[in-house]
Design a protein around this ligand. Structure first.
Ligand code: CO
Length: 245
């Protein structure tokens, strides 16, 4: 099935109000081919410390509000821009894209996050940035992905704690594929392919969701969703009328 129909299916699941959409067999198995033969045969594999990631996600994430050097701000649920559809990045090698990416990293580091998707700062484009180390001095670990797609997923999945900068104040257990194969365009517009595992695969899947108008609360099982319901009501009340579900 093509990525276009994969996206369409995801959106359909959201529109139908199916909770935990890709955790269901019908959504998961029929969309993206499963990686077989183990990750050893795959082109490039990155691993990062999960301990580092857990620490960042569990305790250090926050909405910094205004950040020096940028007007971008983290949007919080249920801002409708988090559920809006996102367009492809079409201009590469230009100053505007460079500036946007630079400012997204600024906001991400100021938030104590390890990844940020453009819709989270009100830019409804298929663009994400991440740095699995969460450390602004580790610039060599910074990753910028334009128009990313998931081309294969591993059969094994893992449940780990996640937080989201657009959902301050709580974290929740989320099931994700342990390994994924992705393709994306870099800032010069060149298509690249990579295999991501563990922590990096998780960050990618979380940020990729933002680009398909999916939020991580959609992926919680019933008990996790019930557990965070009060937090969601608080955020909805704080946002006021006009928020998206
Ligand atoms: Co998020």
């Amino acid at each position: 099935m093509s990525m276009l129909s994969f996206r369409a299916l995801l959106l359909l699941c959201v529109a139908s109000g199916i909770n935990g959409l890709v955790l269901t067999t019908s959504c998961e198995r029929s969309t993206v081919p499963t990686i077989t033969g183990g990750v050893g045969e795959l082109l490039r594999v990155h691993r990062w410390s999960r301990r580092c990631g857990r620490l960042l996600m569990d305790s250090d994430e926050r909405n910094p509000g205004r950040v020096v050097g940028t007007d971008l701000r983290i949007l919080e649920y249920p801002d409708p821009r988090l559920r809006a559809s996102n367009t492809d990045v079409t201009s590469f090698k230009d100053y505007k894209l460079k500036k946007l990416v630079k400012e997204m990293f600024k906001v991400m580091y100021a938030s104590g996050g390890v990844g940020l998707a453009a819709p989270q700062v009100g830019i409804n484009q298929r663009l994400m940035v991440f740095n699995p180390t969460g450390d602004s001095t580790e610039a060599s670990s910074e990753v910028v992905l334009c128009n990313p797609e998931i081309t294969e997923v591993s059969e094994p999945t893992e449940v780990e704690v996640e937080g989201c900068l657009s959902f301050p104040g709580f974290t929740a257990d989320v099931r994700r594929h342990s390994a994924i194969k992705v393709r994306y365009q870099n800032m010069k517009g060149k298509w690249l392919e990579e295999t991501l595992v563990d922590w990096e695969a998780r960050i990618f899947q979380h940020e990729y969701d933002h680009l398909t108008s999916t939020l991580y609360i959609d992926r919680l099982d019933a008990s996790e969703r019930a557990r965070v319901q009060e937090n969601l009501v608080e955020l909805t009340d704080k946002f006021g009328p006009g928020g998206a579900p």
